[in-house]
Each structure stands twice: as structure tokens, then as C-alpha cells.
Design a protein around this ligand. Structure first.
Ligand SMILES: C[S@@+](CC[C@H](N)C(=O)[O-])C[C@H]1O[C@@H](n2cnc3c(N)ncnc32)[C@H](O)[C@@H]1O
Length: 280
């Protein structure tokens, strides 16, 4: 039984970090003409109304995307992310937050493909509707983890895989290293983006260690903490593990993460982490 709805959390600080990393990776892969497969294992509904009952109930976007939206000077590398936001919010007011599938939809090209999976009975139809006229997209109500076996490698041998569970099912922490092992066996040159929350540091670290211990080279970590670790009393930080990061990503994040932290960490109690977990 899935109870998690991303509509309560869309546009929070974790989404901002995740989607910035996603846009930077998409833009880097677009430097070559060859087709890209974008595989999003946990897609969500696609579009989120920020003035909805769900979003207003938590108000998480107010301390996330809302603060970024108010900035006048933005690092250059964020232009694609901001341009997608503007595409869905052509006026000054921030009304909609585009989730990962809609970000990819806007940034990908005619020759690219999207494979999107979502299991929630209410969110799947919304996602399907968003892509009703998009011939590049395959939208399925299937288990995203299984796609890592059945849809890899892509024919073009170029792809970005976003693994973004809610971790509402605690087994997700254990499932991820095994799922990556299977995916990497099939497609070792793919760019893998794995989002993680820090609710329990021990739990997220165990999963990260599990990924590092797979023997895969070139793994990086980007984390934004807004509060010190606070075992099981809410999400204090979130991060992205990136396997095969595009060459510019570290340099870009070295500018972007301090900038982002300065805007979002209003209490100045957090931290940032940029780390090569496994090198060449
Ligand atoms: C964190 S949300 C995804 C947000 C989205 N990736 C974004 O960035 O906009 C996680 C989603 O995964 C869905 N989900 C949970 N388990 C799944 C599974 N095994 N396969 C596919 N979707 C799943 C949930 O219903 C939820 O909508």
C-alpha cells in the first residue's frame, strides 16, 4: 500500500538539489547528438500545484524553490533549471513545480526517449496525461526497480537513470545497491543518479556504503544539510549519489552548492558535502 504523495513535498529543498543535479547531467549529455534514454524509476505525478491543499499543508516549497525563485542573480549553470520553471510559470508567481519527468520532457530533444514508471493509483494517471501527446515517452504503471533490468542498456548506449524512491518502504534502502548492481552489469556507461534523504544517518550511510562496495568506479556524492543530523526527527539533509558523473559536474556543484546553501540554510546550521566516493 503506497501512501506517500509527492504533492506534499514538491519543490522542497531536496527537490531543488535533486533537480539541479538532474538538469546539469541532462545538459552535459546533450553535448553529443546521439539519442539519450532518460529512465525515471519513481516518477511521481509530474506536475504539482503549489497552492494545493497538499502543498500548503506542509509549506515545504516555501523554504525550497520559493527562495530560489526570488533570487535575481543566479549561477549560469542553473539557467536550464530556471528556464524549465519559467516554462511552467510564465508569470511572476510560482504556481506549478515541475517534477523530474517534466524537467526531462522540457530539456530532452526529439531524438531522445523517456521511460517513466509510477505505481501510485492517483499519480500514475496524472503522469500518463502529462505525456499523452509525447511520442518519446513510455509511461508505465510498473515497478521502477524492474525497469533497471528490462530497459537497460539503451540501444544508443547513452542514458541517465534517476532512482528516486520515497523510502516510505524501508526495504528501498536495501534494494538500491542490488538494483544498481544489476543495472550496471547491463549498462556500465550510464549516468546513475540516486537520491537519498538523511532521516537516520546510519540508514542512509549503510545504503551509500552498499553502493560503494559494489566495486563500481567513478561515484560522487553531493549533499545539502539544513540542520545537523537528528536521528529520526525528520529529514535534515538530502543528497545525490552520481555514478559516472559528467566531467563538468564537480566544478559546477562547487559553485552551486555553496550558493544554494546560502539561500536555503536560513538558520545557518547546515552543511554541504561534495565528495568523490570512488575515483577512476
Ligand atoms: C519521491 S517520489 C518521486 C518524485 C519524482 N521523481 C520527482 O523528482 O519529481 C517517489 C514516487 O515513487 C512512487 N513509487 C514507490 N514505489 C515505486 C516503485 N517500486 N516503482 C515505481 N514507483 C514507485 C511513489 O508513488 C512516489 O510517487
Amino acid at each position: 500500500m503506497l501512501s506517500y504523495r509527492h504533492s506534499y513535498h514538491a519543490g522542497n529543498h531536496a527537490d531543488v538539489l535533486k533537480h539541479i543535479v538532474l538538469t546539469l547531467c541532462l545538459e552535459s549529455l546533450k553535448e553529443k547528438e546521439k539519442s539519450i534514454l532518460y529512465l525515471d524509476t519513481h516518477s511521481g505525478a509530474g506536475r504539482y500545484l503549489l497552492q494545493s491543499e497538499h502543498a500548503e499543508k506542509t509549506g515545504e516549497y516555501l523554504s525550497g524553490i520559493n527562495l530560489v525563485w526570488q533570487q535575481i542573480a543566479i549561477p549560469e549553470a542553473l539557467t536550464p533549471y530556471i528556464s524549465v520553471l519559467k516554462r511552467y510559470n510564465p508569470f511572476d508567481t510560482l504556481k506549478y513545480y515541475p517534477g523530474s519527468p517534466l524537467i526531462a520532457k522540457q530539456l530532452l530533444r526529439e531524438q531522445d526517449k523517456l521511460n517513466l514508471t509510477e505505481l501510485h493509483p492517483s499519480d500514475y494517471p496524472l503522469l500518463k496525461q502529462e505525456f499523452a501527446k509525447d511520442k518519446r515517452a513510455n509511461v508505465l504503471r510498473e515497478d521502477g526497480f524492474l525497469q533497471l533490468k528490462s530497459k537497460l542498456p539503451p540501444q544508443s548506449r547513452r542514458g541517465i537513470i534517476l532512482i528516486d524512491p520515497s523510502y516510505e518502504i524501508k526495504e528501498d534502502y536495501q534494494k538500491i545497491p542490488a538494483a544498481i548492481y544489476e543495472a550496471y552489469k547491463r549498462f556500465a556507461t550510464g549516468v546513475y543518479l540516486i537520491w537519498y534523504p538523511v532521516v537516520s544517518r546510519t540508514q542512509s550511510q549503510k545504503m551509500i556504503d552498499g553502493i560503494v562496495n559494489l566495486g563500481i568506479k567513478r561515484i560522487s556524492q553531493f549533499e545539502l544539510a539544513l540542520k545537523p543530523d537528528n536521528n529520526h526527527k525528520g529529514m535534515t539533509a538530502s543528497g545525490m549519489i552520481v555514478i559516472n558523473p559528467p566531467w563538468k559536474l564537480h566544478e559546477q556543484m562547487q559553485t552551486i552548492l555553496p550558493w544554494l546553501s546560502n539561500i536555503l540554510d536560513t538558520d545557518k546550521t547546515g552543511n554541504i558535502l561534495i565528495k568523490k566516493l570512488v575515483t577512476e
